[in-house]
Design a protein around this ligand. Structure first.
Ligand code: DGT
Ligand code: CA
Ligand code: CA
Length: 572
């Protein structure tokens, strides 16, 4: 699939245009890129069908670029500009405080062409005093470089998952393939992934390995054998494929799923019982007789345990719980009946309200909550009072067209620096769901930020606190905040902390979400989708909930329309 390749090209084009101060167009390219990233079908199929323009955000001009790219492998008008601008400026813009304009400025002024140049310049204090670079800039940039480096050693779950599933689909075409599964941190649905681990059984291992190394996404082959092959993909991530004996598949899957600490503990339990557990099977120590190995279930069963879901295998007490028969029944994938956090084209999303509602209905949802930004979020085209009232009316009007489905009129309302909300109670009380969030002042002191958020959630109309820590993986650490106090207040007031499922947010993360539930909170999953294609991030949100040991009851998305209306006290 060329989807991601074209998306990243469009992001690049957007940045180039922004460097040259072009208005509007950058945003259009970014929207198209977002849609392409989230597109489930192969762009080339749509191209062949002539339906490119049905992709949200793809109009005449962008469709022409896609067409040219698929025919010629490049887009002419941009080739020339790209040649003038060094490639490394792309990584400069990954640093939080540096956008396209600053990157271009640094290049013109100091000949900074890449991160290495930038790091050297900062260390020699070349940036201090330049226009647009305040006193703390150098310090922040150094920190940003550090985060970039650590962030790029690991890939976001959302991205790695679609790459790995693409590989699995491709390998499955091989007739000899019998069983195949993703293992490792990816199977545990960890928020970031070091490398991709895939296990298979096959009639002919060599054929499978040939098919693997010949995939177009493979950049380098590091090692190729009949039991294990390791490659580097175009995205820079490593992927291993192992081909195993059928009798060992379960024990290998258990072993390579990890995590390592879970495995070590389980092996210790085995030893105490006179058994030996390895990737090759579970054996009696004395006789060497194999007693399990074909499936994971039979291995855990030999220890008197129920099957432990991979998301729980993090050595957080799951083995003790399993031994005592106290494993939680965690929320299942596909059990969400709605999404609490979605943007429409009234603010920074790609599609209109009705289109989003229809897409949600097609997923099988019974409700969806639209949460465009409030007025302070100017960059994201936040709605002012007049517009928000108009939007509520529009939602009510569209709702009349649906039976057994409802669009909830929500808003993602800014908690301002003084703890006040961006809309007055007059407006808030007209909304079905008030979601509050912090979008500024990320460097505030812990006490100040905690007080600000507590003020926000203590407003009686508030139902959800979105992305409660504000972190962006690989870009920005969360702000300092006393989450214990926030969760306690949420539990008391019936405010739901969000698990924001947008891949680079994943906020709350697993550990924080687990703590929130322990303190009595119910959680709300929001995809923060900016286009219909991103609604499927729900799966990543549920993954985090599963890693937080959440049951269906702990997550409000499992409520049907009636139950949601009761919970939110919505009249018809
Ligand atoms: P990653 O790739 O860094 O996101 O994390 P994992 O968990 O996928 O780790 P990886 O790819 O190094 O290894 C896959 C699994 O193999 C790991 O979760 C557990 C198992 N494993 C690796 N090394 C060891 C080890 O030294 N001892 C044991 N017991 N298991 C190991
Ligand atoms: Ca791995
Ligand atoms: Ca590995």
């Amino acid at each position: 699939m060329k989807n991601l390749e074209i998306a990243s090209l469009f992001y690049k084009i957007a940045d180039l245009l922004e460097m040259q101060n072009v208005k509007w167009k950058p945003q259009a390219y970014r929207r198209a890129a977002q849609s392409l990233e989230a597109l489930e079908r192969d762009i080339e199929e749509l191209w062949k069908e002539g339906t490119l323009k049905e992709i949200p955000g793809v109009g005449e001009g962008i469709a022409r670029h896609i067409d040219e790219f698929l025919r010629r492998g490049k887009i002419r008008p941009f080739e020339a500009i790209m040649r003038k601008i060094p490639k490394g400026l792309g990584e400069l813009m990954e640093i939080e405080s540096i956008g396209p304009k600053k990157a271009f400025f640094l290049y013109k002024k100091l000949k900074i062409k890449n991160l290495g140049d930038l790091e050297a310049a900062v260390k020699r204090h070349k940036l201090g005093g330049l226009p647009g670079f305040g006193e703390k800039s150098e310090q922040n940039i150094l920190k940003g470089i550090g985060m970039y480096k650590s962030g790029h050693e690991r890939m976001l779950l959302g991205k790695a998952l679609s790459i790995a599933e693409g590989i699995v689909d491709e390998l499955k075409k091989n007739r000899g393939i019998e069983r195949i599964a993703i293992a490792g941190s990816l199977r545990r649905m960890k928020e970031t992934i070091g490398d991709i681990d895939i296990l298979a059984t096959a009639e002919n291992a060599e054929e499978v390995m040939d098919a693997f190394v010949n995939m177009p996404d493979v950049r380098d082959v590091l090692a190729k054998g009949t039991t294990k092959t390791t490659v580097v993909l175009n995205s820079g991530v490593q992927a291993d494929v192992r081909v195993l004996k059928d009798s060992e598949f379960g024990s290998a899957l258990q072993y390579f799923t990890g995590n390592k600490e879970h495995n070590i503990k389980l092996r210790e339990i085995a030893i105490k019982r006179g058994l030996k557990l390895s990737e090759y099977g579970l054996f009696e120590k004395k006789t060497g007789r194999r007693i399990a190995g074909k499936t994971e279930e039979e291995i855990y069963a030999k220890f008197g345990m129920k099957y432990i879901e991979p998301e729980l295998r993090e050595d957080r007490g799951e083995l003790q719980a399993a031994m005592q028969g106290k494993l939680p029944k965690i929320i299942s994938y596909g059990s969400a009946k709605g999404d609490f956090h979605v943007h429409s084209n009234w603010s920074e999303g790609s599609e209109g309200i009705e289109e989003i509602a229809n897409a949600a209905k097609n997923i099988g949802y019974e409700w969806i909550c639209l949460t465009d930004h409030s007025k302070s979020e100017r960059i994201a085209h936040g709605l002012d009072e007049e517009k928000v009232l108009k939007q509520i009316a529009e939602i009510r009007r569209i709702n009349r067209k649906f039976r057994d489905f409802r669009i909830l009129a929500g808003s993602e309302v800014d908690i301002k620096a003084d703890g006040g909300l961006d809309f007055s109670n007059e407006i808030l009380k007209k909304l079905d769901v008030v979601v509050v969030a912090v979008h500024s002042g990320f460097k505030s002191a812990k006490g100040q930020m905690t007080a600000r958020v507590l003020d926000g959630i203590n407003n009686k109309y508030v139902k959800i606190i979105a992305h409660p820590t504000g972190r962006l993986i690989g870009k920005r650490e969360g702000y300092e905040i006393d989450l214990e106090r926030v969760f306690e207040a949420c539990a008391k007031r019936g405010v739901m902390p969000e698990i924001n499922a947008y891949p680079e947010r994943t906020d709350l993360n697993d550990a924080n979400a687990k703590r929130a539930i322990e303190l009595g909170c119910r959680l709300a999953i929001g995809t923060d989708a900016h286009s219909i294609g991103q609604l499927h991030y729900m799966r990543l949100g549920i993954a985090m909930a599963r890693r937080a040991w959440a049951g269906g009851k702990d997550i409000a998305n499992t409520l049907n329309l009636k139950e949601i209306e009761n919970l939110l006290k919505l009249r018809e």
